[in-house]
Design a protein. Structure first.
Length: 276
């Protein structure tokens, strides 16, 4: 692929607090979204209109620690100028972590090999006051071993129709889950899921099913039954968005993108650490 003469492609990684926005994707004028805020800031720094593409759109109240976007521009700026300049023009709920000029064939969405989400549950009889909009509260005790056993039934390539939202616009429901790890850290239970791609609400619907198993309200084998049914009405309710984070997007090494800790900042574990 070749870009027009004088045009360069730039990739960015950003984190954001989903509660500050009505989702990532730009909507009608006046609706606060991550995309609209970022494009506005980028356009100021570039001194030209900027339109961007992202690795994966997130819903309202869903967070990200390593969302990746790219855009094309005629502006000649250093990586530091992009990060510092854009951050100076962004609201407090979103921040650029790195910027890098990339090859013309790089695409934030289509070049991605896999994506990883973390779903974080605060498992306590008492609701959290701190970070209440960054965690999903579950008052009933959860059995992580049961949840882990149920999750393993979802590994591999399957039709995940039973785990996608009715309004999902994906052309087909087949996805490959490469890994699901669960761990308890004090009152926190973390579900880490890596897949080639995700359907709308897929992680939240999987989390809802696993929480029902963890509460003892359903047998471990019920997870397989839900998957085989390919029927959304056979699954559990969609888990709340507050504890969901897009934490990593993997690209081929040839693009040379920087690596960052998955996060969020109160979790020091690297990808895969929750399998131990």
């Amino acid at each position: 692929m070749q870009l027009p003469e004088g045009v360069r492609r730039v990739a960015l990684s950003l984190e954001y607090h989903g509660g500050s926005f009505r989702g990532f994707q730009q909507q009608e004028e006046g609706v606060p979204t991550v995309q609209s805020a970022l494009q506005h800031a980028l356009s100021k720094v570039a001194n030209e209109p900027i339109t961007l593409a992202c690795a994966g759109r997130t819903d309202a109240a869903v967070h990200a620690t390593n969302q990746v976007v790219h855009f094309d521009t005629r502006a000649d700026r250093t990586a530091k100028a992009w990060t510092a300049g854009v951050n100076a023009n962004l609201p407090a709920g979103v921040s650029i972590k790195w910027a890098a000029e990339v090859a013309p064939e790089f695409h934030a969405r289509f070049s991605a090999r896999e994506r990883t989400y973390r779903y974080i549950i605060f498992n306590s009889p008492f609701r959290p006051a701190l970070q209440h909009d960054q965690l999903t509260w579950c008052r009933e005790p959860l059995d992580v071993d049961r949840m882990r056993a149920g999750a393993q039934q979802l590994i591999g390539e399957h039709n995940f129709n039973a785990f996608r939202a009715a309004q999902c616009q994906a052309r087909h429901p087949v996805r490959e889950i490469k890994r699901i790890d669960l761990a308890r850290r004090g009152d926190l239970i973390i579900i880490e899921i890596t897949a080639n791609a995700f359907l709308h609400h897929m992680v939240r619907n999987i989390s809802g099913v696993l929480m029902r198993v963890g509460k003892g309200w359903a047998n471990v084998d019920w997870v397989s039954e839900v998957l085989a049914s390919q029927d959304r009405t056979k699954a559990a309710e969609t888990a709340p968005p507050y504890g969901l984070y897009l934490v990593h997007v993997a690209y081929p090494a040839q693009f040379g993108l920087p690596e960052f800790q998955p996060g969020p900042c109160f979790l020091a574990e690297k990808l895969g650490d929750f399998s131990r």
